[in-house]
Design a protein around this ligand. Structure first.
Ligand SMILES: *Cc1c(COP(=O)(O)O)cnc(C)c1O
Length: 370
């Protein structure tokens, strides 16, 4: 079986983990956490980095830190992961999904303005599958309507928009370090920002909102979102190789393009847009209109031939748990629905070899011509 993702852990990962064990620093108190925060925030070009347990709670902490609360509306892409909306819903605020663009799979930024109301407090952008959102129109809207900008850059480590790092656009931005992300800490995430206030609030929320002067007396509710020294040790080792990883992903994307471009009636990821070169965080395929089968059928047949895949995101406006709350009653996002039913991604982890890519291509050719 060729797995859909396998990380590369053959740098200093083992050495730094042994340092943690030998020194006894295995909790969130430990030198690698500060080191990772410092180096990663520098990598993104931000003043602060707040390391947390995963990318989902990074967003949770941000929603709480920005005081997004009952009655507020937050504009989000429909084509994204549920992590983006959990905290918005729990805060009693309303997520407002925007359909995606059919060629980039990112939020269609031309549809945002008509969804802005007096209640809109923030726009959350999510760079999808390694290609950035078209940020200039979003930045104009944020300025015009005085909105907060939240940027989920979990799929865009090392990516840039017109030369500026993804993760440096938001008032606050978040990352994940899950094993399929460009760099991994096993589980892990980070909030990055230039705002002292937002960084301090996230640090408090991450650590149960302890008050330094009065330990175990709390003025606010926080949680335990801390990252361990073990995770951060992995993060420091991974970050040492980030430029190599970026090159590997780009090469992998080019190789897949060359191998798959002759398959009729499928859509491959864009190689370039006017504002970015794709990083191919994962390599997605969308079946064309002439094909009757859905992604699920094709994925099952690929699995039988030993090729691992994952489906595309299921759109937020179609999530049963959110529909049951009475949300999105008259909302239609046909593009997000289309790619959700017709899209899947193929093996694209950093440990994937060229030989494996050739096998994936052979299997795809045979399954998609049958
Ligand atoms: C992976 C991911 C997350 C969630 O990160 P976890 O570390 O798995 O909790 C959030 N947003 C996006 C866009 C992601 O791809």
């Amino acid at each position: 079986m060729i797995p859909v993702n396998e990380p590369l852990l053959n740098g200093n990962e083992k050495k730094y983990l042994i340092e943690c064990i030998d020194s006894g620093w295995i909790s969130s108190e430990g030198p690698f956490v500060l080191e990772f925060e410092k180096r990663f925030s520098e990598f993104v070009g931000r003043k602060h980095g707040v390391a947390v347990a995963n990318g989902t709670v990074a967003i949770d902490a941000v929603i709480q830190a920005l005081d997004i609360s009952a009655g507020d509306e937050v504009i989000i892409p429909s084509f994204t992961i549920i992590s983006c909306v959990n905290a918005i819903i729990r805060a009693g605020a309303i997520p407002v999904p925007i359909d995606c663009d059919l060629s980039t799979w990112n939020m269609d930024v031309t549809q945002i303005e008509r969804m802005i109301t007096k209640k809109t407090k923030a726009i959350m952008v999510v760079h999808i599958y390694g290609l950035p959102v078209d940020m200039d129109p979003v930045l104009q809207l944020v300025e015009k309507y005085k909105l907060l900008l939240i940027e989920d850059a979990a799929e865009a480590h090392g990516q840039t928009y017109k030369g500026q790092a993804c993760g440096s656009f938001g008032d606050v931005s978040t990352f994940s370090f899950y094993p399929n992300k460009l760099i991994t800490t096993g589980e892990g995430g980070m909030v990055v920002t230039n705002s002292d206030d937002i960084a301090n609030r996230c640090r408090k929320i991450r650590n149960l909102c302890f008050v330094p002067e009065k330990r175990f007396v709390h003025e606010e509710l926080g949680s335990n979102y801390r990252m361990t020294n073990l995770q951060a040790a992995l993060g420091v080792a991974q970050l040492e190789r980030v430029n190599e990883f970026i090159e590997l992903k780009r090469l992998m994307g080019q190789t897949y393009f060359e191998l798959l471009k002759d398959i009729p009636d499928i859509q491959l990821p864009l190689n370039v847009t006017p504002y970015a070169q794709n990083l191919f965080w994962v390599y997605g395929i969308v079946l064309g209109d002439e094909r009757e089968e859905d992604a699920l059928n094709i994925m099952q047949r690929l699995a039988k031939e030993g090729v691992g895949t994952r489906p595309f995101f299921w759109p937020i406006h179609e999530q049963p748990v959110l529909r049951r709350l009475g949300l999105f009653k008259n909302l239609d996002c046909p593009n997000a629905m289309r790619i959700a039913t017709k899209g899947f991604y193929i093996p694209s982890g950093l440990a994937l070899t060229r030989e494996q890519q050739i096998v994936v291509s052979e299997v795809l050719h045979s399954v998609l011509s049958a």
